[in-house]
Design a protein. Structure first.
Length: 106
């Protein structure tokens, strides 16, 4: 009975955890998560003459490196006011993956 409860609990946990991750493909997955503008800052500044900052992290098998944070993208683009943020993810056979954060603003 304990074993059945444990298996049932693990299956329930797995079912809940499946929805908590970004989509990945079995072979290749060039996914653009939020390619449309997601407003996070002052949207009254308009879209003309926006600066663009990019930050990327990458992983190969079990090793990962990089800083794909919004702060890093702001620093790379010399941005002090955020207009919106996009992100892109690529996964090739689960061996090589990248995550890119793109920040737009002034």
């Amino acid at each position: 009975m304990k074993r059945f409860a444990l298996v049932l609990g693990l299956a329930g946990l797995l079912a809940v955890a499946v929805g908590c991750t970004y989509p990945t493909g079995a072979i290749i997955a060039p996914v653009q998560m939020t390619r449309s503008p997601v407003a996070v800052g002052d949207t009254s500044m308009g879209t003309e003459n926006l600066k663009r900052g990019v930050a990327m992290s990458e992983g190969i098998i079990l090793l990962a490196r990089g800083d794909a944070s919004i702060e890093a993208a702001m620093k790379n683009g010399q941005i002090t006011q955020i207009h919106h943020v996009d992100s892109e993810e690529t996964n090739i056979l689960g061996i090589y993956c990248t995550y890119t954060t793109i920040v737009y603003g002034r």
